[in-house]
Design a protein around this ligand. Structure first.
Ligand SMILES: C[S@@+](CC[C@H](N)C(=O)[O-])C[C@H]1O[C@@H](n2cnc3c(N)ncnc32)[C@H](O)[C@@H]1O
Length: 526
């Protein structure tokens, strides 16, 4: 039996999702706060727009979005498949399944019985916090006495007496908030004695809010030794006994029955091939590019490949899509995903900041198809291609790496400093400089990011229009989304043409995202 902690020993900080605020470095906060100051206004007691964005970040958007693969299925078939899946599933929730009004290949699922999140919130409200517990009067029931002989210590720390607890890492927790169950490799520590089929309370482990370092977490350690910050994310049923969580690295450890935040249906592997889970703004991108059958398209940063397969679906799998990513490993798994969904996609491991080939004197210009057809094949099966010549593509989809500050749910911000936000925008300009020469005259290009940092969004659109007079902005006003932010270098008219998605938007509850579309009007770049 472990000794009770001394009074000055570090104590865990245990929070509900409502109480929890996503931690953000001060200079990143100041940088974003300034960018969004034109939207500051008193809404629900919060005056700063950035604070409203941060409070939305920790929750999933309310709808789960399924984009139908027209090559293998239809909206009707997917809707029927989803109805059947939910009718047969063990989960007690009901769901509203609906085709999106504008994005006709998108089907949304909304949980209509918010019992899950209610149950999770109610549960947490019954867990005594250190502030509310009164050790002398607060005697546990016989049942919890059996569960926890050392219940005073446990209660003092703020852990529940009704359930044994499991603590998962932040990535696992974010997946759980999106509807996933818990794989054993996401479990960091747990109470002693958890049995198979036992109901457990699940918490996400996060760094302490005051930045102090606590004891390092060793996987498999006992809950009583945990002293970081943790957030309650739901209730689940353990699929094995405690020891098995840490004895293997694969398999499901806990199946969730109620999750804090917006309840999401578990969708792993559902209607594979017929539909693909994507966030709503990601679905808008391919619609904005509007690829036509027979066109030659370059997706410069494609992995894991959701937007690439959407392009193939909109083209009825007819044409050529060259899908690149710098990461070979990602491309190998993207290739399998592409093969399962379409046949017009050629996967390449390529650095897209360097993919523009110079035509040397006496050398003959080759089309992308000629380059692909004559390329050798590496041992891993990917074609060996260094790049393409200028004026090669009808369309380019540019979805470069970004600061990802729009992803939801997000329990932790990985951006360490405002400098990183500036660097991200500079790196994106390298992709832009390579992309524009590759586009044919008359060709279209979309530029998108999943961040709320305006340097990577409106200000990079301004960069394109200023540095490349051959590029004209095309209006996306017919598609869902908000206009661009004012005072970020775009005219009022240009703001109306781009699409910005804001996590605080009450009409479209979705991730932070940005999208612009251009057409190349003449060959001369400057
Ligand atoms: C935002 S993600 C792309 C998501 C993808 N478009 C989709 O919808 O599934 C950015 C990708 O850029 C890739 N990347 C980073 N640097 C790159 C480079 N120099 N060339 C090509 N890809 C790069 C990353 O590996 C990452 O997969």
């Amino acid at each position: 039996m472990s000794l009770p902690p001394q009074d000055d020993s570090p104590q865990p900080e245990i929070l509900s999702l409502d109480e929890f605020n996503v931690a953000i470095p001060q200079d990143v906060y100041d940088h974003l706060s300034k960018q969004y100051s034109t939207l500051d206004d008193d809404v629900d007691g919060e005056t700063k727009h950035i604070d409203r964005i941060l409070s939305c970040m920790k929750r999933s958007p309310v709808d789960t979005c399924c984009r139908v693969n027209n090559i293998k299925s239809s909206v009707k078939e997917v809707e029927a498949g989803l109805e059947q899946y939910f009718a047969e599933s063990q989960h007690n929730n009901s769901y509203a399944i609906q085709q999106h009004e504008t994005l006709t290949d998108l089907v949304t699922i909304r949980t209509t019985t918010p019992t899950d999140s209610d149950a999770a919130t109610l549960y947490h409200s019954k867990v005594p916090t250190k502030k509310t517990c009164n050790l002398s009067n607060d005697v546990p029931s016989d049942e919890s006495d059996d569960l926890f002989p050392n219940w005073q210590i446990r209660r003092k720390q703020g852990w529940p007496l009704t359930h044994r607890c499991v603590i998962v890492d932040r990535f696992c927790a974010e997946a759980v908030l999106r509807g996933a169950d818990i794989f054993v490799k996401g479990i960091l520590c747990a109470d002693a004695g958890i049995a198979e089929s036992e109901e457990v309370a699940v918490y996400a482990s996060l760094p302490r809010s005051n930045g102090t370092k606590s004891n390092p977490i060793t996987r498999g350690m006992l809950l009583q030794n945990y002293c970081d910050r943790c957030v309650f994310i739901g209730i689940g049923i353990s699929q094995c006994k405690r020891a098995d969580y840490f004895a293997t690295s694969s398999g499901t450890g806990v199946v969730m029955v109620s999750t804090a935040g917006s309840p999401q249906p578990p969708m792993n592997g559902v209607l594979d091939g017929k539909m693909i889970l994507q966030n709503l703004p990601s679905v808008v991108v391919a619609h904005a590019l509007n690829p036509q059958p027979g066109e030659v398209i370059l997706d410069m940063c494609c992995a894991p490949g959701g937007k690439t397969t959407h392009l193939a679906s909109l083209m009825n799998d007819n044409g050529l899509i060259i899908a690149c990513d710098k990461s070979r490993k990602k491309m190998i798994s993207a290739r399998d995903f592409f093969e399962a969904n379409a046949s017009c996609i050629v996967p390449l491991a390529l650095d897209s900041t360097k993919g523009l080939l110079e035509l040397k004197s006496g050398e003959e210009w080759k089309s992308p198809k000629q380059i692909i057809d004559s390329a050798s094949v590496a041992n891993d099966g990917l074609k060996d291609v260094k790049g393409f010549y200028a004026n090669s593509f009808d369309c380019i989809l540019l979805d470069p790496p970004c600061s990802a500050l729009g992803l939801r749910p997000k329990l932790q911000i990985d951006t360490k400093s405002a400098k990183e936000l500036i660097k991200a925008a500079d790196y994106q300009q390298k992709f832009i400089r390579n992309a524009i020469p590759l586009l044919k005259v008359g060709g279209r290009m979309t530029y998108s990011t999943c961040t709320i940092n305006t340097l990577e969004n409106e200000e990079n659109v301004k960069f394109i229009l200023k540095e490349f007079p051959c590029m004209r902005l095309e209006s996306l006003v017919h598609l869902p989304g908000l206009p661009g932010l004012p005072d970020k270098g775009l005219t009022e008219e240009e703001c109306q043409m781009v699409r910005r998605f804001d996590p605080t938007d009450t009409t479209i509850d979705t991730m932070g995202f940005f999208l612009a579309k251009f057409q190349k009007k003449f060959a001369n770049l400057s």
